[in-house]
Design a protein around this ligand. Structure first.
Ligand SMILES: [Zn+2]
Length: 76
């Protein structure tokens, strides 16, 4: 399949963006939308880390999501 912007389907000036919650999930965005989507992506990641920095809240996470939390916090 030919690459296209996930947001507007443009095929111009695409950049790959890895989704914060799944490193295997990569979408392409054109220059117009990349910055916006990247910002939202980073915000959601930061919110997730912030929310689950509380140990009591982390107890409610599934094993898989808990693994993600530790992966994300290890990198920073
Ligand atoms: Zn686009």
């Amino acid at each position: 399949m030919e690459k296209a912007c996930f947001y507007c389907t443009s095929r111009q000036q695409l950049r790959a963006l890895t989704m914060w919650h799944n490193p295997e999930l990569v979408y392409y965005y054109c220059r117009e939308y990349y910055a916006m989507v990247n910002r939202v992506n980073e915000e959601k990641k930061a919110e997730f880390i912030e929310y689950y920095s509380n140990e009591e809240r982390r107890k409610r996470l599934s094993e898989e999501t808990l693994k993600l939390y530790y992966q994300l916090t290890e990198k920073d």
